[in-house]
Design a protein around this ligand. Structure first.
Ligand code: GDP
Ligand code: MG
Length: 654
């Protein structure tokens, strides 16, 4: 019995084709050790397998590992590369890698119906000639071309031929030839291709090296020299160079086999600007400014004072009623000054966050965010992040908690972790009131100070990213290829679900952690350690504040009131303002801070660890106490150093 493996990008139609070929004789199990579905069936007396969808054979995701291991270890008699013909270039990128594995290969161009719709044809003969493998065109959903495919399968099985491998530029091919001639490579496990092994050796592919004896020192020196040479020549790391080379091959194949049937006048599409090399970023900034203007400006500007007023009257009403009903003042205090004040401060932000999350979900759902991720990918990767990190960073301007949750779309572990660590540097909505307060008193009429906080946050992201990459030059940067989906009408259902989830997540935070924290802060700031009602001055909170205040003397705010505000800020950043107004009184802020100290204070709040809710999200998503601790220490340390610098700079300049 022969075995056939279906390989291809996710959503290329493998499963549809599998069903068309097998009827539905599928056996569904799991790959050993992982919960990725394993589908096996029979077609015409051959065993056929539906492998997990992959973009490349670099072993970064479990899917890629499974597919690669399967092809290398099980040596199927035929690999069918299922290609979404509307995404020819990207699919051929994978094909160039499959060609190197030394197994007979058959390209299946699926989704012919969509091609026809777009007025595009693919010259399958030409592609087959250039790539050196049979090519069959089908529409899996309509089962057209399936008979032809079955015939081709029989032919390929009867007359197995391994495809020639795609050629890279001569400088790289020369190095590969030298490596292939090296004695060391003759020890590769049976069935592996020399060229493939040489590329893996050059890339330093860990999974490959595990299967090999240790590299002899001379070869190692040669490898290092070669890598350095190529890196200098191409100004990139070796792995990226190879990725680039593959893309060039794929691009050429796609370009030369695509035939546009009706020559449509080149219409102006939104993508011309949205993915333009220069205009994409200004457009992005413009769109984001619009989003903020609508949510924070229009909606927030309208609803915040209303809700503030509402919660104030509610607290007052509770106090008055409570007193008239002779409820214990302790309970009234907790309710009105603790719970209503604290939770209310958070709930005040709900309408504008709702609009913010709604607009962002629409941008995500219609495919725009994917474009930004695509455009930013290169720059972001140079800081150890992923193009997709843009999404959490943008959501982080609303609230860090859903932002950290949204890092789940980042496939690569290290990029994801780094994104989680840097996302809190982006000032969330709750930090805005503090900045607004401080700016009003210390930098009136200096409009550029507010955007400056964003700039500072972004710089912190960049600095941390660059440092992380300098320290850990882990070569896992090209783990995946971003998809550029078609624009589509946002689906109301998914937009609504995302918006609802994020908003409810925020409200949930108000209802749990902030509720408890508000009660705690109220108690700590109203009672002494002997549990007597006292002025704020002698409260437990003030005493704690006095203990930690000296740490902040160098930063220019080493008094207990500021320390207390920062402590309460751990519960929720919004409470910093209310704490300051209780323990200092906003009008006398200028008696405590000087402008340099005020700016340092703002900087410290901007960069130090976020509120408990966000920290809880960090811990959950990092899923490691050690990494979490590192993140928190880094955020505090970084905040401290930068605040100190900011203060010194202001002192020197002004
Ligand atoms: P897999 O991820 O590779 O297993 O892809 P699936 O078989 O699950 O197909 C992904 C999507 O593409 C499904 O919605 C299919 O209905 C659709 N699809 C598959 N083949 C074709 C095709 O030939 N034409 C069109 N228009 N859609 C297809
Ligand atoms: Mg599938």
């Amino acid at each position: 019995m022969r075995t056939i493996a279906l390989v291809g990008n996710p959503n290329s139609g493998k499963t549809t084709l599998f069903n068309a070929l097998t009827g539905s004789t599928a056996y569904v199990g799991n790959w050993p050790g992982v919960t990725v579905e394993k589908k096996e069936g029979m077609t015409n007396g051959h065993k056929i397998l539906d492998l997990p969808g992959i973009y490349s054979l670099s072993p970064y995701s479990p899917e890629e590992k499974i597919s690669r291991r399967y092809i290398l270890d099980e040596q199927p008699d035929l690999i069918i590369d299922v290609i979404d013909a509307t995404n020819l270039e990207r699919s051929l990128y994978l094909s160039t890698q499959l060609a190197e594995l030394g197994r007979p290969l058959l390209l299946v161009l699926n989704m012919e119906d969509l091609l026809i719709k777009d007025g595009i044809a693919i010259d399958t003969k030409r592609l087959s000639q250039m790539f050196g493998t049979p090519v069959v065109q089908i529409t899996a959903t309509k089962k057209t071309g399936i008979d032809e495919l079955k015939e081709q399968i029989e032919q390929s099985l009867a007359n197995p031929q391994t495809p020639p491998c795609p050629l890279f530029s001569s400088s790289i091919e020369r190095k590969l030839t030298t490596l292939i001639e090296d004695d060391y490579l003759h020890d590769i496990p049976q069935g592996r291709q020399m060229r493939w092994a040489a590329i893996k050796l050059l890339e330093g592919d860990e999974l490959f090296l595990e299967t090999m004896p240790p590299i002899p020192p001379e070869l190692n020196t040669y490898l290092e020299e070669t890598r350095a040479h190529l890196e200098e020549l191409y100004d990139d790391d070796v792995e990226s160079i190879i990725v680039d080379q593959r893309y060039k091959v794929a691009e050429k194949l796609a370009r030369e086999s695509l035939v546009r049937q009706e020559v449509k006048a080149k219409r102006f599409t939104f993508d011309v600007i949205a993915t333009h090399r220069i205009w994409a970023i200004p457009l992005f900034i413009l769109i984001m400014s619009g989003v903020f203007f609508l949510s924070v400006g229009v909606v927030g500007g309208g609803t915040t004072p209303l809700l503030e007023g509402f919660f104030e009257s509610l607290a007052e009403w509770v106090t008055v009623k409570g007193e008239s009903w002779q409820i214990h003042p302790f309970l009234i205090g907790i309710l009105s000054d603790g719970i209503i004040a604290g939770v209310g401060a958070v709930l005040t932000f709900v309408p504008q966050l709702f609009i913010l999350f709604l607009l962002l979900s629409i941008l995500e759902d219609c495919g725009y965010m994917a474009r930004i991720a695509f455009i930013m990918d290169r720059q972001m990767r140079s800081m150890g992040l992923s193009g997709k990190s843009i999404i959490p960073l943008v959501i982080g301007t609303g609230c860090t908690v859903p932002a950290i949750m949204s890092t789940r779309t980042i496939e690569h572990q290290k990029q994801r972790e780094l994104t989680i660590i840097v996302t809190p540097f982006i000032p969330c909505g709750a930090k805005m009131p503090i900045f607004a307060l401080m700016l009003t008193y210390f930098f009136p009429n200096k409009w550029y100070m507010a955007p400056l906080m964003y700039v500072m946050g972004i710089l912190a992201v960049i600095t941390t990213g660059l440092l992380a990459r300098a320290i850990d030059r882990h070569k896992e940067t090209n783990a995946f290829i971003l998809e550029l989906p078609r624009y589509q009408m946002p689906s109301p259902k998914s937009v609504w679900r995302q918006t609802k989830d994020r908003t409810l997540g925020f409200i949930y935070k108000a209802g749990t952690i902030i509720l408890l924290a508000s009660i705690l802060i109220y108690l700590l700031s109203s009672y002494s350690f002997a549990f007597k009602t006292v002025d704020a001055e002698e409260s437990m909170l003030a005493i704690m504040g006095r203990v930690i205040a000296p740490i902040f003397i160098p930063l220019g705010f080493g008094f207990w009131q500021a320390a207390v505000a920062l402590l309460t800020g751990i519960a929720a950043k919004e409470t910093i303002v209310s704490t300051l107004s209780v323990v200092i009184g906003t009008s006398s802020l200028t008696n405590f801070f000087d402008p340099a100290g005020a700016l340092a204070f703002m900087t410290f709040i901007l960069l130090s660890s976020p509120c408990v809710a966000a920290m809880a999200a960090m811990l959950k998503e990092l899923d490691s106490k050690r990494k979490f601790l590192f993140a928190v220490v880094w955020q505090f340390g970084f905040a401290y150093v930068v605040s100190l610098l900011v203060r010194c700079i202001v002192l020197i300049i002004v």
